[in-house]
Design a protein around this ligand. Sequence first.
Ligand SMILES: Nc1ncnc2c1ncn2[C@@H]1O[C@H](COP(=O)(O)OP(=O)(O)OP(=O)(O)O)[C@@H](O)[C@H]1O
Ligand SMILES: [Mg+2]
Length: 402
Amino acid sequence: MPEKENAVVVSKDKLLIDEIKINISSIANLIGSIKSHDRAYNFIKEKRPSLIFIDIRDDVETGLALAERVKRLLPNRMLFAIAGALNSKLILRSLRSGFTDYILFPFDNNEPLIDIVKAARQKGKQSRRAGEILIFSSNKGGQGVTTIALNTADHIQRLFNGRVLLVDFNMNSGDIAVFLDLQESYTPLNLIKDIERLDENLLFSSIIKHPSGFYILSAPENITDSASITVEDINKMFQVLKSFMDYIIVDLGDGFSEKTAAAFDIADNIFLILQQSVPSVKSAKKLIDLFYNVGYKEDKVKIIINRYEEKNLIGLHDIEKLISQKIYGSIANDYFPASDAVNRGELITRHHSGSRIDKDISALASRITNIKIDDNDQGRKKLLKKWLSSIYRGNKARERKA
Ligand SMILES: Nc1ncnc2c1ncn2[C@@H]1O[C@H](COP(=O)(O)OP(=O)(O)OP(=O)(O)O)[C@@H](O)[C@H]1O
Ligand SMILES: [Mg+2]
C-alpha cells in the first residue's frame, strides 16, 4: 500500500479542519493546522506537505499571496483554496495564484472532497514539470567544479525543498564520494543498467539521500566500467531523471568529448567555472567559442568566476571583455572553509555557514532557482547567534568572578 501523504490546513475554522481531516484520512495524514497565514509559510516550508488547504474566506488577498509564495517554493505540491461562494473572478485569480482547485465549504455531498483531491493528484502526475539539468564544468582541472556543484546542490535543496539530485558524471576521476565521505553509492552506470525497469520506487530506493536532503548518483569506481556507457545511454538517463527530479545538478569535470557533448546538449544550463588567471580565462574561452559554434543560445551558458578576489589584477570587466560575455556569478576565494569541508567530508554550510564562500554559493542557488533567501531565516540565525554569544559572555563573566 502506498505511503499516506501529509496535509496541512491553514484556517481558523475548527469545523473545516475536522471535516478535511476526516474526509482525506484514507489517503493523507493531517500533520498540522495553522491559524495565521504569516506563520503558515514557515510551517509549510519546514514540513513540505503534499496537500495544502488554504481557507480564503476571511482574507482573500492574504490567502492568494500565501498560495503564490508556497507555489514558488514547492511547485509540485497541491494547493486547494477553500472558499465560501462561487465567484468566477475569484476562481480565476485563485488558479492564477497557483491553487490547484477551488473548493466550496460547506462541502458538497455530491462531490466528496476525497474525489476532488484524488483527481487533482492524478492530473498533477500527468503534468509534472520536467526537471532542470544544470551542468557544472570547466575546461581545465582544479577550477572548483566539484566544490561549487556539490554545495550549490545543497543550497538549492535548502531553498527549494524539492527533489534535487547531484550527479557525479566526472567519469574518469569523480570525487563527490570523497568530498562527502560516501562509502558506496548507486552510480550512473547502475542506473543505466536498470533503466528499462526503472520506476519511482526503484529509483528512490536505490539512490543515496544525503542527510541534508538532496540525492546523489556518484561516479563508478572503475574507469573501464564507465567507458562502456554510450551517448544513447546518456541521453536516456538524463531524460528519465528529468521526469523524476526537479533539479539535476551535474559535476561534469573538465574537458570535451563525445560523451560530455551529449550531456551539454541535453542540459538546460551549463555553468562554466573559471578563475581570474590568463590560462584559465583563455581555456574557458575555447569552450565558450565551441558552445556558440554548435549553436547554444547565449543564456544557456553561464560564467562563474571561482576564487574571486577584488584586488586581483584581472578584474571581472577584463574577463567579460576577453570572453565577450557577462559573468553570471562569482564565488569568493575562501580557502579554509573550502578545504576544511573537504577534509571533514562535509558540506561547507555545516561548519562554515555564513562564510564568504557559503554566502556566495547560497546567492548563486537563489539566482538559479529564483527563490529569495528567506529574510526571516537570516534574522532568526542572527538572533540565535546574539543570544548564544550573550550566554557565552555571561558564563565568562561568572568564571572571572569565581
Ligand atoms: N572558492 C574557493 N576558495 C578557496 N578554495 C577553493 C574554492 N573553490 C575550490 N577550492 C579548492 O580548490 C581545490 C580544487 O577544487 P575542486 O576539487 O572543487 O575543483 P575541480 O574543478 O572539481 O577539480 P578536478 O579537476 O580535480 O575535478 C580544492 O582544494 C578546493 O577546496
Ligand atoms: Mg572535481
